[in-house]
Design a protein around this ligand. Structure first.
Ligand code: NDP
Length: 284
C-alpha cells in the first residue's frame, strides 16, 4: 500500500497567512500583539524550540519577550512572573516553556496564567473549559492533530482513535477534542498491557509518548492512519518521532512525518492563539 504523507506544511502556511494579516490589522490601530515566553531551564532542546517560536513570531508581526528565569528558579518566582504578566495590559499572551526546574510540576504554577492569555491552554481553568466543551484556549499540539487530520480529509466521527499518551497537555486534551468530533477514543499509557492489541484495533493511531520507535508496524492495523506527535532527540542529534516509520510505511494508509507534520501546525496554531488573545483584549 502507498502510504500518504500527512504533511503539516501547507496547512501551517495557510494558518500563518491569516495570522499575519490579523496581526498587521492590530498593529495599525495600536501595538503589535505581544507574547511573553517564560523559560526556567537550560535545556538545549527547549532553547532550540524557544528560538524557533521567536522566529515564527517575528515573521508574523508578533512581538515576543523571552523571560529567562534560570534553571534554578523557585515555584514562587515562576508564579510571580506569570502573575505579573497576567496583570500587565501590554502582554496579550503567555507561554510557559517546559521542562520546569526539578521538583516543580506544570500544575504547581500554571494556575497563575490568566485564562485569557493562556495561549497553550495549560492552566487548570483552560483544561476545565475544554473538558466542559466551553470556549477557551486549547493546547496547541492536541488541536494541531485534529486540524491536520481534517486538512487531509480524514473523517473522525464514528472512527476508533487510539491515543498513546495521557499527559495533561497532549494526550488527555486530544482525547477530549476527538470526543467532541464524535470519534470513539481509547487512551493508552505506560501501564497499558499489550499496547499492540489496543492500537491495532484502531482506525487512527496517535503516538504522543515521547519514546523513539514505540509504535511499529505490528502496532497498527492494515490501512490505519498514523499521526506521530513525538519530537525526540536521537543519539545522532536528529529530531525523530515515536513511530518507527520504516515498518509502518507500506502498511498504514497515511503517516505524518517528523519533522514537518504536527510540529509546524502546532507553532502556527499557537501564533493564531496569540493574535486571538490580542484581538479579544482590544475588544474588552
Ligand atoms: P509526557 O512525558 O508528559 O507524557 C508521555 C505520555 O506517554 C505519558 O502519558 C506516558 O504514560 C506515556 N508513555 C510513556 N511511555 C509509554 C509506553 N512505553 N507505552 C505507552 N505509553 C507510554 O510527554 P508529553 O505529553 O509532553 O509529550 C509527548 C510527546 O509529544 C513528546 O515526544 C513531546 O516531545 C512531543 N510533543 C510534540 C509537540 C509538537 O508540537 N510536535 C509539542 C508537545 C509535545 P504515563 O502517563 O503512564 O507515564
Amino acid at each position: 500500500m502507498d502510504t500518504v504523507s500527512l504533511s503539516g506544511k501547507e496547512l501551517a502556511a495557510a494558518i500563518n497567512a491569516d495570522t499575519k494579516a490579523r496581526a498587521a490589522t492590530l498593529a495599525t490601530g495600536g501595538p503589535a500583539p505581544r507574547l511573553a515566553l517564560v523559560v526556567a531551564n537550560d535545556d538545549p532542546a527547549s532553547a532550540w524550540y524557544v528560538n524557533s517560536l521567536r522566529k515564527a513570531a517575528e515573521r508574523l508581526g508578533i512581538t515576543c519577550d523571552t523571560v529567562e528565569l534560570g534553571a534554578d528558579a523557585s515555584a514562587e518566582a515562576i508564579r510571580a512572573e506569570l502573575d505579573a504578566r497576567s496583570a500587565d495590559s501590554a502582554t496579550d499572551a503567555i507561554m510557559l516553556q517546559t521542562p520546569l526546574p526539578a521538583g516543580i510540576g506544570l500544575d504547581d504554577v500554571s494556575s497563575s496564567i490568566a485564562a485569557t492569555k493562556d495561549v497553550d491552554g495549560v492552566s487548570p481553568l483552560s483544561l476545565g473549559l475544554l473538558a466542559s466543551n466551553l470556549d477557551g484556549f486549547v493546547p496547541a499540539t492536541s488541536e494541531a492533530v485534529v486540524e491536520l487530520l481534517k486538512h487531509h480529509e480524514i473523517p473522525l466521527a464514528g472512527r476508533h482513535v487510539a491515543v498513546v499518551g495521557r499527559s495533561n497537555i497532549v494526550g488527555k486534551p486530544l482525547a477530549q477534542l476527538l470526543l467532541a468530533e464524535n470519534a470513539t477514543v481509547t487512551v493508552a499509557h505506560s501501564r497499558t498491557t499489550d499496547l499492540p492489541s489496543v492500537t491495532s484495533a484502531a482506525d487512527i493511531v496517535v503516538a504522543a509518548a515521547g519514546r523513539i520507535d514505540l509504535v511499529t508496524g505490528k502496532h497498527i492495523g492494515e490501512a490505519a492512519v498514523v499521526v506521530d506527535v513525538g519530537t525526540n532527540e536521537a543519539p545522532d542529534g536528529k529530531i525523530v518521532g515515536d513511530v518507527e516509520a520504516d515498518s509502518v510505511r507500506g502498511k498504514a494508509a497515511a503517516l505524518s512525518p517528523v519533522p514537518g507534520g504536527v510540529g509546524p501546525v502546532t507553532t502556527a496554531l499557537l501564533m493564531r492563539h496569540v493574535v486571538t488573545a490580542a484581538e479579544n483584549a482590544r475588544r474588552a
